[in-house]
Design a protein around this ligand. Structure first.
Ligand code: SF4
Ligand code: SF4
Length: 135
């Protein structure tokens, strides 16, 4: 069921954010070339479907994106709540961040990878459930 899958994805995303947050705080604030300032429009159709079905605000319209760097990056980092970010923003872990994770807990990258795999599968499931409900 769509609403149940949305809730599960939200829960897993929040777990993934919690697992990364200490390393992100330590490494990303010191980063000299933040990934968020090197990208542009990152939302794909699965992100948008998830955002719509989870009742989040429609801030992802492509026409808003006219300057270099992500529209949502602010002085303190990302201005979107974690659940509203494109999925790739959760899964992208640069080498520096990964090295810090390994320093803190060598099993952390694999743990995160496992969670991202499940979230990816659930995002595909959400598509199928959404289309089935439309029939
Ligand atoms: S993920 Fe890597 S590139 Fe992106 S802000 Fe953090 S340290 Fe910088
Ligand atoms: S949505 Fe947020 S985390 Fe993703 S690139 Fe933009 S500022 Fe960075």
């Amino acid at each position: 069921m769509v609403s149940e899958t949305v809730r599960k994805i939200e829960g897993l995303l929040s777990e993934a954010v919690d697992l990364q947050k200490d390393c992100v705080k330590r490494i990303c604030v010191e980063c000299e070339s933040p990934c968020c300032s090197r990208v542009h429009y990152l939302f794909n159709e699965k992100d948008i479907l998830f955002l719509k079905l989870s009742g989040r605000k429609s801030r992802w319209r492509r026409e808003l994106f006219t300057r270099k760097g992500c529209w949502f990056v602010g002085d303190q980092g990302c201005t979107l709540d974690p659940g509203s970010r494109p999925f790739i923003c959760h899964t992208y872990i640069c080498d520096n961040l990964k090295m810090d994770m390994i320093r803190c807990d060598s099993g952390l990258p694999a743990l995160l990878e496992g969670k991202f795999k499940i979230i990816g599968e659930m995002r595909s499931q959400l598509w199928a459930e959404y289309l089935d409900e439309k029939i």
